[in-house]
Design a protein around this ligand. Structure first.
Ligand code: AR6
Length: 172
């Protein structure tokens, strides 16, 4: 278990006062719908150029991996991009989803940040059932040692908030 405190809030991740915000990105890194589009709009052109520079440096970001760019015009200093797996009924991609959270915390440690906000990666456009997304997210963050003091899950819907609350309560 890690010493990182896990907190849950119902709200919009783009307005969180944290050091880094995790983005449920796609491999191309240049934006999309859902939380990715919202984070890009909030970060403005400064974040857009930072994303372009990141993409020029690393090419595409594979599922399960994480990489940071400057957040631009947001309260947060950094955006840590992760690419979640697309949910597939016939194939267990849980390890790839868990890897998103582990790798995001690893990048947070490299950036030396203390507060990180996470969305429910893969649980929107990528179709992951919320209950399972919550279990994987909470168990992985709780089981990953890092220097991060607070991992804050920012949940956009009542369903997300209630499933993450359940998953957190089942940890103890
Ligand atoms: N704050 C917090 N959570 C949010 C916000 C917000 N502002 N907006 C949406 N969510 P999704 P994915 C929730 O679809 O499933 C993009 O096009 C949302 O309700 O953003 O990993 C990317 O470019 C859901 O619970 O991410 C990729 O192509 C959760 O965030 C693809 O979507 C994740 O939903 C990634 O799909």
């Amino acid at each position: 278990m890690s010493d990182t405190r896990i907190t849950l809030v119902r709200g919009d991740i783009t307005t969180q006062e944290v050091d880094a915000v995790v983005n449920a990105a796609n491999s191309g890194l240049m934006g999309g719908g859902g939380v990715d589009g919202a984070i890009l709009r909030a970060g403005g052109s400064a974040q857009q150029s930072a994303r372009r520079a990141l993409r020029d440096r690393i090419g595409s970001l594979p599922a399960g991996h994480a990489a940071a760019s400057d957040a631009g015009d947001m309260a947060a200093r950094w955006v840590i991009h992760v690419v979640g797996p697309v949910y597939a009924k016939g194939e267990d991609r849980s390890a790839v989803l868990a890897s998103c959270y582990r790798e995001a915390l690893h990048v947070a440690d490299e950036l030396d940040v203390r507060t990180v906000a996470f969305p429910a990666v893969s649980a929107g456009i990528y179709g992951w059932p919320m209950a399972s997304a919550a279990d994987i997210a909470i168990q992985t963050v709780a089981g990953t040692p890092s220097k991060v003091d607070e991992a804050r899950f920012v949940l956009f819907s009542d369903e997300a908030f209630s499933e993450f609350s359940r998953a957190l309560s089942e940890l103890q």
